[in-house]
Design a protein around this ligand. Structure first.
Ligand code: ATP
Length: 227
């Protein structure tokens, strides 16, 4: 098991948001983390990375307990995060954003540029001048430059134009084919499910269902994901 999340609970101040989330990502798998708005997907991701550390339960990465490890250590141990809202350095050039994240390993500027040729074309531009889709490519590239074992994408394609969304999904499929393990949140089920090996659905801060995309019937979608 690459990522093993067991019964985590998390709070914002006095307000509890997670009441027991279980999820697992096996080596080389892509897992879709799903649930309606406000059910706890972002909070779960932030808890895994210790940006908002869980107050109960455990998170293990390749057997290592992440408890008490600051988020930069978590990154070093192998979790690359593409956060909601992307959060690139706006006043650094594209290549500077990438180089700033670099850690020794298989990923290089060249490899990111191969994955996203649009970034190569814009390598000297300030990140703030990129389109939303290009900024998302940059956020993914930056996470890859850390040479992660697990890539986590919170809202992989939210708010992006259809053409760019397809580029992002194509990149995710390619990364998966290369063996990278992935945990991904996205609202567009028709695009998310085809890349996923497994799904975990959250409801009110708890993991409520898990299974394969094929097992996620229309009834289940209605019950857990319908509006
Ligand atoms: P969305 O798809 O809307 O981003 P989500 O599934 O990612 O939803 P979370 O953002 O994790 O859900 O929110 C889970 C719960 O925690 C919600 O009840 C939300 O109101 C609450 N919450 C989220 N962020 C904060 C915060 N900064 N302070 C207080 N409560 C928060």
């Amino acid at each position: 098991m690459l990522l093993d999340v067991s019964r985590i609970e998390a709070s914002y101040g006095a307000s509890q948001a997670l009441f027991g989330v279980d999820l697992a990502v096996e080596e080389g798998q892509a897992v879709a983390l799903m649930g309606r708005n406000g059910m706890g997907k972002t909070t779960t991701i932030r808890a895994i990375c210790n940006l908002n550390p869980p107050r109960a339960g455990s998170v293990r990465l390749a057997g290592t307990d992440l408890k008490g490890k600051p988020s930069h250590r978590v990154a070093k141990l192998g979790i690359g995060l593409v956060p909601e809202g992307r959060r690139c350095f706006p006043n650094l050039a594209v290549h500077e954003n990438l180089v700033a994240a670099a850690r020794p390993g298989a990923w290089s500027l060249e490899r990111v540029n191969d994955l996203f040729p649009r970034l190569a074309e814009r390598h000297a531009q300030m990140a703030r001048s990129l389109s939303g889709g290009e900024q998302q490519m940059l956020a993914i590239g930056r996470a890859l430059m850390t040479n992660p074992r697990l890539l986590i994408l919170d809202e992989a394609t939210e708010g992006l134009a259809p053409v760019i969304r397809q580029d992002i999904w194509a990149a995710i499929r390619k990364l998966k084919a290369e063996g990278l393990s992935i945990l991904v949140v996205d609202k567009t089920l028709s695009e998310l499910l085809p890349v996923a090996d497994r799904c975990v659905i959250l409801e009110n801060g708890r993991s409520a269902w898990h299974g394969t995309p094929a097992e996620l019937s229309a009834d289940l979608q209605d019950r857990y994901l319908g509006v």
